[in-house]
Design a protein around this ligand. Sequence first.
Ligand code: FAD
Length: 470
Amino acid sequence: MNGLIEALRQVVGANHVLADGDLTAWEQDWRKRSRGKALAVVRPGSAREVAQVVRACADSGTAIVPQGGNTGLVVGSTPDASGTQVVLSLQRLNAVRGLDRDNLTITVEAGCVLQRVQEAAEAAGFLFPLSLAAEGSCTIGGNLATNAGGTQVVRYGNARDLCLGLEVVTARGETWHGLSGLRKDNTGYDLRDLFIGSEGTLGIITAATMKLYPAPAARLTAWAAVPSLDDAVRLLGLAHRELGAGLTGFEVMGQFALGLVARHFAQLRVPLYEQAPFCVLLEKSDDESEAHAREQFERLLERALEEGCVADAVVAENLSQANQLWHVRESIPLAQAEEGLNIKHDISVPVSRIPEFCRETDALLQRLIPGVRLVNFGHLGDGNLHYNVQAPEQGDPRGFLEQWEEAVNGVVYDSVQRFDGSISAEHGVGSLKLAKLEKHKSPVALELMRGIKRALDPQDIMNPGRVLRA
Ligand code: FAD
């Protein structure tokens, strides 16, 4: 292995091959579920160097773990414990290569932090709509490799929908120059879509051409208390009809989830949550003016009040109030962490079936563990819930996780399957959900996926043991 380390030093320079010292930042996953051991962390500074690094690793049959911001939530971007895997960090590939105003595209390197891409778009008068709570640390390469979603999917789609082209270094160390920026291209299989969502198991994304949108003239946020999840779904239908493409966000938050924010972050004002079992956060973007947006928004809420699917509502008066409302929503995972370890899910089911899914699964879990607490919140507009399970009051969180994780996952994922849903709507499979995928994905789909993996990575060196077992 010393030969490989020396070869990597030749490619990227000795300063960018880290083999000793404290490598925690690259070896420990975000949720601290797993700590691995890297043979080395390599930090190439260009796509050309990435290709050379991959070739050196391929020649010695060494496994590569691509890593962006290391904010992934399924233990996919850190090495295993063997000490034989090379972590290939994309963080030095952080240039904005260009912005095409007429084509409405921006071309960025994979290690660009998401927030920087948003800022570059904004500086040119455009909107890059991908937005998630990790945006200050996650990278566009990681967003594409996990097909990240976030808070604006209901209008703009997820990372896949925003991507027009990719530059990829293959498992053989060749470079596919696919940064076309085309909106139409029907020349055979869609290679771009193969790499998006592949979690580093098929190749390394080194750059991407992403869609831009005109910056909206106004953005308004409202917060509504709803009597039930059925009413939240009815409100979503109304919002689609009344606001059309103006609806950019639709988040649901359970009363217990909001209660945790109120309990652990007393400085935050959590509106209306004591009045109803669920609250909804709606966002509308408008191409005309704030007055137009407000008028449309208020009409929607009046109708919803009349029809009884909203019990009470507030509309943010200004950007600062809107940000405060979003801050409450984004504080739920942190408040939950303060409450103690819990069993997390990131599932999707068709929007229309969400109320029934929750009723049925809530009851099954209560039967299994009387008093169990459900931290239910998420992107209802996309049918995506963070359906998380917390120990009963006074329970020991770590002991709860150890004792119940397997059984709780079994109940939730079996329910998801009965409701034609997905066990991962956003975060991906990584190593955490590998066995679950084998159980819940169709054998035909799994075999097709294995065929793709064999074709693109015959040596199984690209992030092995993630998504699929060889
Ligand atoms: P990493 O964590 O470094 O890597 C993730 C995966 O992608 C790994 O398998 C890695 O090998 C692979 N990878 C990384 N870069 C590349 C590359 N250039 N080429 C090939 N493979 C690569 N996700 C959502 O979808 N929606 C959310 O709302 C959301 N909110 C989050 C909030 C918080 C606070 C956190 C911590 C995470 C959240 N996530 C969310 C998880 C999400 O997957 C990541 O934040 C993000 O997309 C990963 O980007 P990253 O650069 O950190 O990738």
